[in-house]
Design a protein around this ligand. Structure first.
Ligand code: HEM
Length: 132
């Protein structure tokens, strides 16, 4: 039986393991490493705050999730199959490490945010294509 997500350390383990998979993924890894050239020392702590806030309402994350994804899709179109892969890796990570109420909740929250993000990014992609 696996533990549920209950502490900041659990969130850090989830985020670190997830982005470890992302970085090795041949489809979406290069979007982070080559296109966006992410500074992981800054990105990972931001993502700890983001998910901790979503799960436990800690208020640590004060950023805006959308702008980096709008910027990224201007450099390299971010498409539904990228979001699908992101979700597969996220679910796989959660299921590998945790089970319980919060583990189930974090997957639903990820799906909801990813769907909204995919929709908004796709609108921008379509506008860009129409303008060409
Ligand atoms: C294939 C899909 C995705 C790609 C390629 C992607 C890529 C990125 C990149 C390049 C950044 C900027 C990192 C930096 O330079 O600091 C970023 C930031 C972020 N991403 Fe994503 N992302 C994806 C999906 C998602 C999803 C589904 C979520 C949420 C469920 C998410 C949440 C965030 C958040 C919260 C930030 C930080 C925003 C801020 O600056 O406050 N991303 N992402």
């Amino acid at each position: 039986m696996l533990p549920d997500i209950t502490t900041r350390a659990d969130v850090e383990l989830l985020v670190n393991t997830f982005y470890g998979k992302v970085r090795e993924d041949e489809l979406i890894g290069p979007l982070f490493s080559e296109v966006a050239q992410v500074n992981w020392d800054l990105h990972l702590p931001k993502m700890y705050d983001f998910w901790e806030n979503i799960l436990f309402g800690t208020g640590g994350y004060r950023g805006r999730p959308m702008p980096p994804h709008f910027r990224l899709t201007q450099q390299h179109p971010l498409r539904p199959h990228h979001f699908d892969r992101w979700l597969v890796l996220f679910y796989e990570t959660v299921d590998q490490l945790f089970e319980g109420e919060k583990a189930a909740e974090v997957k639903v929250r990820a799906l909801n945010i990813a769907s909204m993000m995919e929709f908004r990014v796709e609108q921008l992609n379509n506008m860009n294509e129409a303008a060409q």
